[in-house]
Design a protein around this ligand. Sequence first.
Ligand SMILES: Cc1cc2nc3c(=O)[nH]c(=O)nc-3n(C[C@H](O)[C@H](O)[C@H](O)COP(=O)(O)O)c2cc1C
Length: 356
Amino acid sequence: MVEDLLFTPFQLGRFTVKNRLGVAPMTRMSSVRDSIPRRDVLDFLVTRAKNGAGIVYTEAIVTDYESAQGYPGQARITTQRQIDVWSRVVENIRRHGAVSIMQIFHCGRMAWPAVNPAGRVIAPSAVSPQQDNPLTGQPYPIPEVMSRFDIGHVIAGFVETARGAMAAGFDGVEIHGAHGYLISQFLSAYSNQRTDAYGGTVERRYRFAREVIQAVRPMVPEERLLLFRISNWGVADSQISLFADADEYQEIIGRLSREPIDALSVSTYRYSDPAFDSGRTMARLTREATSLPILICGQIHDRASAVDALRDAEIALSAKTALLNPDWVEEMRAGKAMPRYSAADANVAYTTEPLP
Ligand SMILES: Cc1cc2nc3c(=O)[nH]c(=O)nc-3n(C[C@H](O)[C@H](O)[C@H](O)COP(=O)(O)O)c2cc1C
């Protein structure tokens, strides 16, 4: 029998991931009280593990009570109650044989100030996205420029949140460096116009990401996983290329490769699109610049696209397909015809109706 690549286990750090299919991080905006997601939203993660996913990511967990939250109803993990709730989710994901990863995030200039208890909007520079915030219908506020003190404070939030994730028993933590949120804002000259040690050259723009990784790693024991997510696109002004060219992107990947991380997760709009003017995909460009395992995401919706995406990656992540189709792993195994869902289809993520 021909080996089925999608169902060949992969060794990620000390974990054997049972197949190559994972549930991408998805914010569900469901926490009405105490920064804890709704029960059915937590159950959704367990159901996806039960139905065969090799890796299950949580939604992006905000790293402080002050300026990290970008959307209503996001979750945190800095109280014992939050830890206890998540630890039951982790146990159940593990019982079904999947690896659990908590994603941790600070939104930076993408903030909706009303949802942060302290109401602050902070970013590398006083530059807001060009487009309006689709959730408020208003322009994004001009952010306050982060001082050195703010930088240290925000890093402490990442550390504390990683500590919460470890206390809850997660197999790993992912630092969200993608999609135009805070870390991505530092990495990109589009949003980082600083003239101090955190802005200017690629090395300087990279410094904040490095400091976050270096501070978080001691919280994550060697036998667990630390991952970093990156993208060349942001949720706001999505047409803008966040990196100048393939060389700049690959320089950042090279720098990330020298950090104590276990894998890189690359988020694309469509995994097969050529990036920059290189004629190569984001996964291919990443592969050329690192020997770290790569997780790839972006319209991987059926068996053919998953197999194709794994040419330059180890694990294929799905967001919309995993959200809308509870049986996606088995349907991929069977090679069943599967639809490509639209962003509008994914709005079910924000309804209160439990997903199957
Ligand atoms: C409802 C929804 C919520 C999302 N929330 C997050 C998030 O919290 N963190 C993140 O890194 N990406 C988030 N994403 C992006 C996805 O992880 C993924 O990168 C993107 O949707 C492309 O994958 P797809 O084509 O399989 O949907 C979200 C996507 C959707 C549809």
